[in-house]
Design a protein around this ligand. Structure first.
Ligand code: ADP
Ligand code: MG
Length: 700
């Protein structure tokens, strides 16, 4: 396909607004639009007409099946295909798709994790059409984005609470806007642009690494002589094979209406990034899931494998996902943009403060929203934002807030006191130190960038927590201001108090610095949950339950089940890693070291036979070293196997996750260290798998 034709094929596989407008009657279109924009109820007759149009459109494009496409708590997307065919009396078939089939499906999905929300006698889950995310065609199948819940209405997916959180924020933000005299805005939604990092390696290398195949990351491997220290990969020239992959990927994404915009090399060798143009959070979430799927599919076509794991290689930069987030009104106002009038500026500051308060009050929920076994590797290391949640505003904006807090003149451009609602804010430049990528939560001019997400995370969880927490701040503000007899004064003091009470969360310094951990935890009292088992149980802390159930984002049962499922995922993931290590050690690594020792012994004998009075016998010293390592490798493998066999002794999933954190992972690290040391001595021919250097520089 020609690159020049992009506008022609952009979104051709999407049942988007253009298609709806052209295929639906004015009346049907209007009522569907009302449902999409304002969440109005949908009549079955409207659904019937939409289904009919979707069917004709999809069949025209070659589709034979439809599926309710949903996001269970496994983190990936799920689909069960149904063909459109119905038998006709004459022995043939007709293609049928009803409004009922569009609205609700029954995937009989009893194997998806529900954390006890579905009793076995009622194991079915139900999918319900989400009209706010466009249907699309993938592999000859019409995919209908849907929510997934149990018979009794408990959410079993990530989309349902995300939609609820968007509604919660909408409701509270509208209350605030009204207080500022805005009577035109109909709804407020959040927008997200998710920058996606990934590694690309050759399929040939991938196939030789059982650890990559089973776990998505290398469990062994010494650092290559050349890594990322030269910084020569970041924004470097893109290799032709990678460029060919990116070109194909762009076309696939554009056809699906995904606004793929930026592509570049990242810090580590073989690491890259793709950023789309931002869109409504719900759509951005669906599109990011699709993007990850298409990346893997396109890579396979090119003989490559796309690694989305947060930490595929130890000692090399991991991959994250930057969640660029803002609040926008239907009439196009970005609520995180300072305005041109004093009132608009005061409104901006109030929304800014709402986010500051939200991030400080719910640091734990934000940390929890990105917690997985794989992302733990990243947040603990000195390369990604730390596990401590803090916020970066840049020096100028911080100085403005300081001036407001202390009622002292702002001395940036001109010396004056800032009175909210009266004065226009002094101009502040967007702080370019956001290139200091160490802050987990950075204000970048008119949006916040939440950087703690792992590359394989669904962005749903982070946005659920963020939307809900900000909705809570806004609710508190609205409750207070609605009853106020002196709006300006109360507004001013509320903003001042927020800054005073929550400034501990603001940090413009280097988040990788060891002194930050000390300051953050000991002086400021910020939380530092370094692992998933550390943070996850706090999702059930009283304040969190109160806030999330208060805004109807989760029920208490949903929260409990989610906590269990996330811990269960954690345990399963690490257990698979441990078992993979054990198998690789026993069946690949130990035998290879033995082979090499054997080779050395044979060579040594032959050399002695030929060379009389041989003084230096390097074989002997190497054999000694490797024999000692071999013993250590075997004994640490046995110790690992022992703790793995005891995982199930734990009385519940929380205890199990502690056992994994405290017993299994440390043993895995010990085993790895011995094996990695052995790798440095064993000849390349004998080592049973490609090295880091082979993999990271595999694309020529
Ligand atoms: P950066 O700030 O990282 O240098 P950009 O400003 O170009 O880069 O944006 C990075 C991502 O943020 C892109 O996905 C972009 O679409 C998104 N973005 C830009 N403005 C907004 C906004 N107002 N709300 C949400 N996302 C946005
Ligand atoms: Mg960025």
């Amino acid at each position: 396909m020609e690159m020049t034709a992009v506008p022609k094929y952009f979104g051709e596989l999407v049942f988007d607004d253009r298609v709806m407008k052209s295929m639906l009657s004015d009346k049907t279109y209007a009522s569907l639009k009302k449902t999409i924009d304002e969440g109005a109820n949908l009549e079955l007759s409207v659904a019937d007409s939409v289904a009919e149009a979707m069917k004709s459109w999809a069949i025209e494009k070659g589709a034979t099946h439809y599926t309710h496409w949903f996001q269970p708590l496994t983190g990936i997307t799920a689909e069960k295909h149904e063909s459109f065919i119905e038998p006709s009396p004459d022995g043939g078939v007709i293609m049928k798709f009803s409004g009922k089939a569009l609205i609700q499906g029954e995937p009989d999905a009893s194997s998806f994790p529900s954390g006890g929300l579905r009793a076995t006698f009622e194991a079915r889950g139900y999918t319900t059409w989400d009209p706010t995310s466009y249907a699309f065609i993938k592999n000859k199948t019409l995919c209908i984005p849907t929510a997934f819940c149990s018979y009794s209405g408990d959410a079993l997916d990530k989309k349902t609470p995300l939609l609820r959180s968007m509604e919660a924020l909408n409701k509270q933000a509208l209350r605030i806007l009204k207080l500022f005299g805005n009577s035109t805005t109909k709804y407020v939604h959040t927008s997200v642009g998710a920058e996606q990092e990934y590694f690309l390696i050759t399929k040939e290398m991938y196939d030789k690494r059982p650890d990559l195949k089973y776990t998505g990351r290398t469990l062994f491997g010494t650092k290559p002589p050349k890594g990322q220290e030269m910084d020569d990969h970041y924004f470097g020239v893109i290799k032709p094979k990678v460029q060919a992959f990116m070109d194909d990927l762009n076309v696939e994404l554009w056809r699906l209406g995904i606004l793929a915009k930026t592509e570049h090399n990242e810090v580590a060798p073989s690491q890259h990034e793709l950023a789309p143009i931002f869109t409504t959070t719900n759509l951005a979430t669906d599109q990011n899931q699709l993007t990850m799927e298409i990346m893997q599919k396109v890579a396979a076509k090119h003989g490559l494998v796309c690694l989305l794991h947060e930490k595929p290689f130890a000692g090399v930069n991991g991959s994250g996902k930057h969640n660029n987030w803002s609040m926008t009104t239907d009439d196009g106002i970005n609520l995180l943009s300072p305005g041109a009038t004093p009132y608009e500026d005061a409104q901006f500051l109030l929304f800014l403060c709402a986010v500051i308060k939200a991030v400080d009050d719910y640091q734990d929920l934000l940390r929890i929203s990105v917690a997985t076994a794989s992302n733990d590797h990243r947040l603990g290391a000195n390369e990604a934002p730390p596990a401590i949640i803090s916020m970066f505003l840049g020096d100028e904006l911080t100085a403005i807030l300081d001036a407001i807090e202390s009622d002292t003149p702002y001395t940036g451009t001109e010396k004056k006191l800032i009175k909210l609602g009266v004065d226009v804010l002094p101009k502040f430049a967007r702080d370019t130190t956001d290139r200091n990528r160490t802050s987990p939560f950075a204000f970048t001019g008119n949006k916040f960038e939440f950087r703690s997400l792992g590359s394989s995370n669904s962005i749903a969880c982070a946005n659920i927590m963020l939307n809900s927490a900000v909705a809570e701040s806004l609710k508190i503000y609205a409750d207070r201001l609605e009853g106020s007899s002196n709006f300006e004064e109360d507004l001013h003091s509320m903003i001042r108090n927020t800054i005073k009470d929550h400034k501990r969360i603001l940090f413009n310094g280097n988040g990788y610095d060891a002194s930050w951990v000390k300051e953050a935890t000991e002086v400021r009292g910020l939380l530092n949950y370094t692992t998933t088992p550390d943070c996850m149980p706090h999702s059930l802390d009283e304040k969190n339950v109160k806030m999330l159930t208060g805004h109807k984002v989760f029920t208490i049962n949903e929260l409990k089940s989610r906590c269990d499922i996330m811990l269960d995922n954690y345990c399963k993931q690490v257990r698979i890693e441990a078992n993979t290590m054990i198998e690789m050690t026993l069946r690949m690594i130990i035998p290879s070291i033995e082979c090499y020792i054997d080779k050395l012994a044979t060579t040594s004998e032959k050399r002695s036979a030929v060379v009389k009075d041989m003084k230096s016998k390097y074989e002997e010293s190497l054999i000694k070293k490797l024999s000692a390592l071999l013993d250590n490798i075997y004994s640490s493998e046995e110790e690992l196997a022992e703790v793995v066999s005891k995982i199930d002794d734990a009385s519940n999933i929380t205890e199990q996750s502690y056992a994994i954190r405290d017993n299994v992972i440390p043993k895995m690290n010990v085993l790895r260290d011995f094996v990695d040391e052995a790798e440095t001595y064993v000849s390349k021919d004998c080592w049973p798998m490609p090295s880091y250097g082979d993999i990271l520089f595999s694309i020529k």
